[in-house]
Design a binder for this molecule. Structure first.
Ligand code: ACM
Length: 559
């Protein structure tokens, strides 16, 4: 009754938006024709479909300027029906929870998912089926906006599809975390791992340990250029932290998009910021400032009851803020020098019946895991926590090299594949001289595009370690360490478009990836990133005026 014209019969506005989605869905079958997103279109949803329907409403209202009301019944209007069978039954991480069916016909669109997460992923696919300019923050398209007729059946390869952002080396504004969640959602990623603490800054408010943010969140200055070049310091204070309310907001924003925010508190190494605030937690009794340069420092937690009390207090705040079933305890790059030199640490190792001080990290990990287990959470640690033995239920973030994944799996641990050679987006994107300052390495998008994150023989029981069933590859995660990425613009430049290739690695099957390489869909995808104002690195390489030198930081803008 409300539909005055069947607009789709008018060929003059049929846009040819290429169906070039990133990540690639499991199956797509395209048909002739399109569905008009017109002034009378409604979104039909009830019950567990409502939250996804409102997300879709926001997307389509912004794209078209039309009201796109969410209603319980179409009453004859052209409709997008969002059907969700029930509330969430498969807790994260679960690929089944994210399965969806999307059918676009000339007169009707249906999104159907068993669980809300699946419908939310479908909304993101719909976003990519719109003309790129529909992704702008307000409607700019003058021609009618349509969706191409097709059917998509989709489910991710991996249940964990993550992005880690280091907010410790350079504090990143809360607004940028929200933007990154939106950008992650567009790529159907489902984890934002926040590296909240490190030698150069403590970013998490902990009311019972106030000096962590009064002192530990601030440093007096930052090394110029690359730390290894010893070019001096910038003389400019740097810092910042998130309040508990800020982080609860970030978690809720992510949750509405079915993205889990996984917090990391890096212990027992990488704690210079905590020790600047509370030197009594260290091994030497001396006070050192928050670190102003980058690398691995010898200052680590002392193996004392006080240090354990500190960690438990921090984790109690963490579990109050974050609903993630997994809590990351760091555990990387923890030199044993101070423990070796400390009579108290050696005595503690003896008292605990450990063969040597090098096992104190393993003891710390076990204590953290036990405490978090009482809160119903599982620990994740960087792969160094395997040294000396990790608790059976600990998940391993494999970062030093991919080969460690097979060993961790064989030892029965679940694994997140995050190796530097494949998914460290803080690495250089090419060996070319015009790349702006990055940490080191060379990780072109093409390398990411070809990488298969499942070890060839995950159940190969190397080292005789396998005394229980092999673990599972939960998924894949990109890392953005920010030593040399001081602001959101630099972070975006390092992240994009390589993150699109990581998202594809995490979502799409190897067969689909080989048949339709992500590189062939990149040009279309960049128009979306342009509309969203993402400061991506041009695939052809940086502009020649960008300095790859070691002096003052280059500004790097892609336009
Ligand atoms: C790491 O890159 N240190 C986990």
């Amino acid at each position: 009754m409300l539909q005055l014209y069947n607009w789709s019969r008018f060929p003059w506005y049929r846009q040819s938006v290429p169906v070039e989605l990133i990540p690639l869905p499991l199956s797509v079958s395209e048909r002739q024709g399109s569905f008009l997103l017109g002034p009378t279109t409604v979104i039909v949803a009830t019950g567990p479909a409502l939250a996804s329907a409102w997300l879709l409403h926001d997307v389509l209202h912004t794209a078209t300027g039309h009201a796109m009301p969410v209603v319980p019944d179409a009453a004859g209007a052209p409709a997008i029906t969002v059907l969700v069978d029930g509330e969430t039954t498969d807790a994260f991480p679960s690929t089944a929870a994210e399965r969806y069916h999307l059918a676009i016909n000339e007169d009707h669109v249906t999104i159907h998912a068993a669980q809300p997460a699946g419908a939310t992923r479908a909304v993101q696919t719909v976003r990519q089926l719109l003309p790129a300019d529909a992704l702008r923050a307000a409607p700019v398209l003058t021609e009618p906006v349509t969706l191409p007729c097709l059917t998509i059946d989709d489910e991710p390869r991996f249940a964990w599809r993550g992005l880690m952002l280091d907010v410790a080396r350079h504090f990143q504004p809360k607004e940028f975390l929200l933007r990154l969640i939106d950008l992650a959602a567009l790529h159907r990623l489902n984890v934002l791992h926040l590296h909240l603490t490190d030698d150069q800054g403590w970013r998490l408010e902990v009311p019972s340990w106030p000096k962590l943010t009064q002192i530990g969140a601030w440093r007096s200055e930052t090394v110029l250029g690359h730390a290894r070049d010893q070019l001096g310091f910038d003389g400019t204070p740097h810092g910042g932290y998130y309040t508990i309310a800020d982080l609860k907001e970030v978690v809720a924003y992510a949750r509405a998009r079915h993205i889990t925010v996984v917090p990391e508190v890096d212990l027992p190494g990488h704690v210079r910021s905590a020790l600047a605030a509370y030197p009594e937690l260290g091994n030497t009794g001396t006070t050192q400032p928050v670190a102003t340069t980058f690398g691995v420092f010898e200052q680590i937690l002392a193996p004392t009851d006080e240090a354990l009390r500190f960690a438990r207090d921090v984790f109690d705040v963490v579990v109050d803020i974050f609903d993630s079933p997994f809590i990351h305890i760091g555990g990387d790059e923890c030199p044993r020098t101070e423990w070796q030199q400390s009579a108290a640490a050696r005595a503690r190792a003896d008292e605990l019946g450990l063969p040597g001080v090098e096992f104190l990290q393993s003891w710390f990990t076990a204590q953290f895991a036990q405490h978090l287990r009482q809160h119903g959470r599982r620990v994740i640690g960087w792969d160094e926590i395997l040294d000396g033995g990790a608790p059976d239920d600990a998940v391993i973030s494999v970062w030093r090299e991919f080969g460690i994944a097979a060993k961790a799996l064989a030892a029965g641990h679940d694994v997140i594949v995050a190796p530097q050679e494949a998914v460290y987006l803080d690495f250089y994107a090419s060996p070319g001289p015009a790349e702006p300052l990055h940490i080191h390495g060379n990780l072109p998008l093409e390398t990411i595009a070809e990488f298969d994150p499942v070890p060839a023989s995950p159940d190969d029981r190397t080292d005789g370690a396998g005394h229980r069933a092999p673990g599972a590859v939960l998924g894949v995660q990109a890392q953005l360490w920010t030593e040399y990425l001081p602001t959101p613009r630099e972070v975006e430049y390092a992240a994009f478009p390589r993150l699109a290739a990581v998202a594809e690695m995490a979502w799409a099957s190897m067969d689909n990836r080989r048949a339709q390489p992500v590189t062939e869909r990149l040009t279309t995808h960049l128009t979306r990133l342009d509309a969203l104002g993402v400061n991506y690195r041009p695939p052809a390489g940086p502009h020649p005026w960008q300095s790859g030198g070691t002096g003052a930081r280059a500004r790097f803008d892609h336009r």
